[in-house]
Design a binder for this molecule. Structure first.
Ligand code: ANZ
Ligand code: ZN
Length: 810
């Protein structure tokens, strides 16, 4: 019989579905395993191979965990609010809800086609009011605890999406989504105080099993730096506070720079003789994003204007120093003002050279600071020209000067974070309505919880308005409401939540997806929390992963969830590239569609290949030839079934290979080394062809292969009578085969034999044998014997299991 994947695969998919074979059980006494993958955005393109890699991987893990006896929760859902659907809806005049519905239907079909063992009764959809009711509920709790606030601030504005973007959504100065330029604009926005959790988001990484690069990226994004705030007096009387990580260099601060947005710039208007020049520079800076002002300008000439009429006094030596405005100092970091130390900071040095500022060395040990800045910060630099700090190392000088500043009342130690609060409103239609009401008398009022969900109303047009207001603002019937507090006339918030809202807590809903009274029951969360293993893309490390950890910590603080952290373990997969190693893209014409691969070779081949393609954590290039190789392997497994003997004993010659394979495949799956697990199975099949294969041997092979190629192995498990022999239970319902450790060790080893340090032959000896046995075997070898003829062995060097070296003399 031929391997008819097209007939086999739908048959088993139906059996799994109808029998609810992969349903996770709430309240079971079995140990639990919660394996999570990032739910897809149901775009019109459908599932791509970039989804198939992580989904197949966690499916293999989930199937293996079931065979290990776990009650497994492996859920799937749809993160369906957001711009691509809305833009498609606008273009094609279809309601975004309809677009979403159709796209979800397509995704579901594709996910089922690939044979994933999701619990299909737990599917969630973030645009379902029964779901977003709880997204809104969490927002209200954040508001009630003072962690959601509305403020006017300069925001990133995408000129094409006509929408505010979070810092995380601006990549290299352009919109992450559409690539259009991002400008700065003043807007009133809802913000979430993620900064309040900055330190905990760093500290609690310690207890987590996250891959190192994820931890590092999160820490860098949060960007903690320790230093000091120091107060400089302006000659006009104001205190100018700076943040510095190098208070030790205070004696070298020869000028100051404040950001063009600094409040004193406007306050000093009448005191500045060059106001026109200052004002022009302020306007110019306002047009640039922070990215343009820092990263893009890093190698460019510094710009700025010296303030004429105000100077500052360096508090350590009483020297008057000039004050500049320059766009390399950002308003949004630290205090928006710096003390410039050109001798030891490269940006300050470049600025000083251009504007002719004094450069004073205060840390010795580097090159001539008139030629380049010396930035060493360690214990080798020694303080000079620094009064009471002279002779100290940098390491000693930092606490010494901080202590002095504190005693003088002009400074103190300070920790700063790069992390900013999360801009949480979008002027778009297809998102969760923010459940807030504005009353002229009472200010912002939360919608009473019993009015949730606040439904997204149907609008005529989803087009964003030119003034940047949400399309909801045109729906006066919906907008006008009464104040929940004074019952007077009031207006609803018309902004919606950002795409990241629904995914910030979705893993909780899977635990109890149909609960009408809570986001999930306490019992369900106590049983399933935390997620045991979460695999997802590196691109989500600083966005989704940080946001969801923040929400989870908040929910923990208000007693809703039982654990501080949502995910015990986080891994990340590499990208799948096109043939030739380039990124898959429509324009390159190298996009692989899973539908085509499945139609031609079957889902099992697709799964095998995507797991065999290379190291899971690394990028890997698609190869049609290698897909064919995987198909040939499955054909070989299939054809082997016709040569299997009836014996229920293991074939003696296969025994050690079998035990080793059971151990190796299990360990490799747990370690996400799927490619080497498959290589082991391929070698095992070769052994079976070479040594013969009993029914017992073949049954083990089917179980080991089942997580990777579930359809074919179920078919063979059934047709060869294994299912019948096991009470009608499927392969996926069996226990992972046991192995005997003693049988996994090789019984013999091959050792190198040297005579006088030169390789003269090899011998095969029993594993673990002693020196005498090894020497005897060496002497008995004809090739070696030639070199021993007429010689006396004076010394033996024996490296057990590897080498015998016979030192001889005539
Ligand atoms: C004096 C100094 C001397 C500095 C020196 C550095 C080296 P991180 O590590 O990123 O926190 N700085 C402070 N606020 C700034 C702002 N709003 N815009 C641009 N730069 C700012 O960097 C802190 C350092 O960056 C601070 O320490 C300050 O320059 C600068 F040899 O102060 B330093
Ligand atoms: Zn009111």
């Amino acid at each position: 019989m031929k391997y008819d994947f097209a007939g086999i695969e739908p048959k088993w998919q139906k059996k799994w579905q109808d029998g609810k074979v992969f349903a996770a059980e709430n309240g079971s006494d079995k140990p639990k395993f919660y394996g999570l993958v990032e739910f897809p955005y149901p775009s019109g393109q459908g599932l791509h191979v970039g989804h198939a890699r992580p989904y197949t991987a966690m499916d293999v893990v989930a199937r293996k965990k079931r065979m290990d006896g776990y009650n497994v929760l492996f859920p799937m859902g749809y993160d369906a609010f957001g711009l691509p659907t809305e833009n498609y809806a606008i273009k094609n005049h279809i309601h975004p809800a309809k677009v979403t519905h159709d796209n979800i239907a397509n995704f579901t079909r594709q996910l089922q086609m690939l044979g994933y063992s999701f619990d299909w009764d737990r599917v969630i959809n973030t645009t379902d009011p029964a779901y977003y009711k709880w997204t809104q509920w969490i927002f209200l709790q954040l508001f009630k605890k003072g962690l959601a606030y509305k403020t006017t601030m300069p925001v990133n504005w995408c000129t094409s999406c006509k929408c505010v973007l979070a810092n995380e959504e601006v990549v290299e100065g352009v919109c992450e989504r559409c690539g259009s330029p991002v400008i700065r604009k003043e807007k009133s926005q809802w913000m979430l105080k993620i900064t309040e959790y900055a330190q905990r988001l760093i500290d609690d990484l310690d207890g987590l099993d996250f891959i190192e690069r994820v931890k590092t990226q999160q820490k860098n994004w949060i960007g903690r730096s320790t230093g000091a705030e120091v107060t400089f007096k302006a000659t006009t009387g104001e205190d100018i506070v700076v943040f510095t990580t190098r208070p030790d260099t205070l004696f070298g601060a020869t000028y100051m720079v404040i950001s063009p947005e600094h409040k004193y710039v406007q306050a000093w208007k009448d005191k500045l003789s060059n106001w026109d020049e200052v004002d022009a520079y302020v306007q110019e800076a306002a047009r640039k994003s922070d990215f343009e002002r820092t990263e893009l300008a890093a190698d460019k000439e510094k710009t700025g204007v010296m303030l004429q009429g105000v100077r500052a006094v360096n508090p350590v030596n009483g020297k008057e120093i000039p004050i500049f405005i320059s766009d390399y100092v950002l308003a949004s970091y630290g205090t928006g003002a710096i003390m410039a130390v050109p001798a030891h900071d490269t940006r300050d040095w470049a600025f000083a050279k251009k504007f002719g500022c004094e450069i004073i060395e205060v840390v010795s040990g580097g090159e001539d600071v008139q030629k380049e800045a010396f930035t060493a910060k360690d214990d080798t630099g020694i303080m000079v020209n620094s009064g009471f700090l002279d002779g100290l190392t940098v390491k000693e000088a930092i606490p010494a000067v901080t202590k002095w500043l504190t005693e003088q009342g002009i400074g103190h130690e300070k920790v700063n974070y790069k992390l900013r609060d999360w801009v949480f409103s979008r002027q778009r239609y297809w998102g969760e309505p923010i459940p807030m009401v504005w009353c002229d008398k009472c200010g912002w009022q939360p919608l009473p919880e019993d009015q949730l969900p606040l439904l997204l109303p149907d609008v005529e047009s989803y087009e964003p308005t030119d003034d940047g207001e949400s399309p909801l603002s045109k729906m006066t019937d919906w907008v006008n409401t009464t104040c929940p507090h004074c019952h007077g006339p009031a207006k609803r918030e018309t902004d919606t939540m950002p795409q990241w809202a629904g995914s910030s807590w979705y893993f909780l809903r899977y635990m109890d997806p149909h609960n009408p009274d809570a986001l999930a029951s306490k019992e369900a969360m106590n049983y399933w929390s935390p997620v045991d293993w979460y695999n997802g893309g590196m691109e989500h490390t600083t966005l989704h992963l940080l946001y969801s950890r923040f929400w989870h910590k908040f929910l923990y603080d208000i007693g809703v969830v039982p654990t501080k952290e949502p995910y015990a373990k986080r891994t990340s997969h590499g990208m799948i590239l096109g043939e030739g190693g380039e990124k898959m893209s429509k324009s390159r014409g190298n996009v692989v569609n899973p539908n085509d691969v499945v139609a031609q070779y079957g889902a099992d081949t697709m799964r095998m290949y995507i797991m065999f393609i290379g190291d899971f954590e690394k990028a890997a290039a698609w190869s049609d030839n290698a897909v064919k190789g995987c198909k040939r392997f499955l054909d070989r497994v299939w054809n082997l079934s016709e040569q299997v003997t009836d014996s229920l004993e293991h074939t003696a010659a296969n025994e050690s290979a079998l035990h080793k394979a059971i151990k190796k495949v299990a360990g490799d799956i747990d370690a996400m080394k799927f490619n080497t697990a498959i290589a082991t199975l391929m070698a095992l099949v070769n052994d079976f062809y070479a040594n013969g294969c009993s029914k017992a041997d073949y049954g083990v092979l089917l179980l080991l292969l089942n997580p990777f190629a579930p359809h074919m192995t179920e078919e063979l498990w059934e047709s060869m009578g294994f299912a019948q022999a096991h009470g009608g239970r499927m392969a996926c319902q069996q226990s992972w085969p046991a192995y005997d450790e003693s049988k996994t060790v090789a019984s013999t080893v091959t050792m190198a034999v040297q005579v006088g340090g030169k390789l003269r032959g090899t011998v095969t000896v029993p594993a673990g044998c002693d020196q005498d046995t090894a020497v005897a075997a060496a002497k008995a070898d004809a090739k070696v014997a030639k070199f021993l003829d007429g010689m006396e062995i004076v010394k033996v060097i024996h490296v057990p299991g590897k080498l015998v070296n016979l030192i001889v003399k005539p």
